[in-house]
Design a protein around this ligand. Structure first.
Ligand code: NAP
Length: 320
């Protein structure tokens, strides 16, 4: 798989791919790539206006129309009501979802809370995606998938290595560090992705459920997107904006390459529970490879505790 690029993706005609945060950065590039292979891409975004603008740009770049289709829908991961409404509407309009890309995220922002009172980075990056995946699980189960398997792809970050679980204060009510909170939310993405894989596996082995759904994690390395710019803007520090811009220009790879681990996880021959990351310098750039995340991300006890908490917090139960 060395030097794998999006050009090796299979055709996705007739497939439905849901991408969260599809209007910007990696979600935008993913949307463009899936649609170019003939997929219908459901652009699940918090701002319909920004998503419509992004869809118009993708169509224009493709010469007026994409090969597949773009379906813009509102989905604000900072609101469990919005996630529920999105999933209900989708279930009314679609029979199946072949790929779900849990991609949207915010990074190192000052402490704030979601509509449901969760710390925003934990609430959006992890809990919103947990609820979304649970609510779309039936549609995933119903799908033919890619190569016979529906995929749940969860976008983490190398920053998971800075994350530590503290089950006594998951919402950072006692103390808050914005980078620590980002690291924990990205560790939570991995604990979730691997636990989902184990649960699907157990359901298939123990009950012969025959679930053709695969959970795969990935990260994009260091990619030049709006993520760092939003961090800088929200910091209120003008110097940070200059610093982030320079760092992005110097170290960040283009989103067309940064998105490759997500595209690989979504369409290539990859095992459930895999961690797809850039294979180049420090796993921060380059084409995708299958690697290993840190030991904490494979902690089954933490994964079970997080799953239990997330089920209670969101009110969303998975069938596995
Ligand atoms: N870029 C990197 O170097 C890097 C490295 C490691 C991991 N990642 C991960 O990659 C993912 C994508 O980030 P990116 O780099 O593409 O950044 P980006 O350009 O800022 O895109 C983030 C997307 O998430 C959306 N989003 C934020 N809050 C949301 C909410 N409440 N509900 C729904 N959508 C929401 C944003 O919507 P708006 O445009 O409306 O704000 C935007 O579409 C994130 O999970 C991030 O942690 C990125």
């Amino acid at each position: 798989m060395a030097d794998w690029t999006a050009e090796e993706m299979p055709r996705l005609d007739g497939k439905t791919v849901v991408v969260t945060g599809a209007n910007s950065g990696l979600g935008y590039e993913g949307t463009r790539a899936f649609a170019a292979e003939g997929a219908t891409v459901v652009m699940a975004c918090r701002s319909v206006e920004r998503a419509e603008d992004a869809a118009a740009e993708i169509r224009a770049d493709a010469g007026g129309e994409v090969d597949g289709d773009l379906d813009v829908r509102e989905c604000d991961l900072a609101s469990l009501d919005s996630v529920r409404a999105f999933a209900e509407d989708l279930s009314d309009d679609y029979d199946a979802v072949d790929v779900l890309c849990n991609n949207a995220g915010v990074m190192a922002i000052p402490r704030s809370e979601t509509a449901d009172g969760f710390e925003t980075q934990f609430g959006v990056n992890h809990l919103g995606h947990f609820a979304l995946t649970g609510r779309l699980f039936e549609l995933l189960e119903a799908a033919e998938g890619v190569d016979g398997v529906a995929r749940v792809v969860t976008q983490s970050s190398g920053a998971h290595e800075q994350g530590e679980m503290d089950f006594a204060d998951l919402n950072w009510e006692r103390s808050y560090g914005k980078w620590k909170a980002y690291g924990r939310s990205k560790l939570a993405n991995l604990l979730f992705a691997y636990e989902l894989h184990h649960r699907i596996d157990a359901a298939n082995r123990e009950t012969d459920a025959g679930l053709d759904v695969r959970s795969v994690a990935c990260h994009p390395g260091y990619t030049d997107t709006n993520l760092q710019m939003r961090t800088a803007a929200e910091s209120g520090n003008p110097l940070m904006k200059v610093g982030m811009k320079a760092a992005n220009a110097l170290l960040g790879q283009d989103a067309e390459i940064g998105v490759e681990p997500m595209l690989y996880a979504a369409t290539a021959d990859v095992d459930g529970g895999a961690y797809v990351e850039p294979g180049g310098l420090l796993n921060m750039r380059g084409h995708p490879t299958v690697g290993r995340s840190n030991d904490a991300s494979y902690d089954r006890e933490d994964a079970r505790r997080l799953w239990e908490y997330s089920t209670d917090a969101t009110g969303v139960e998975f069938p596995v």
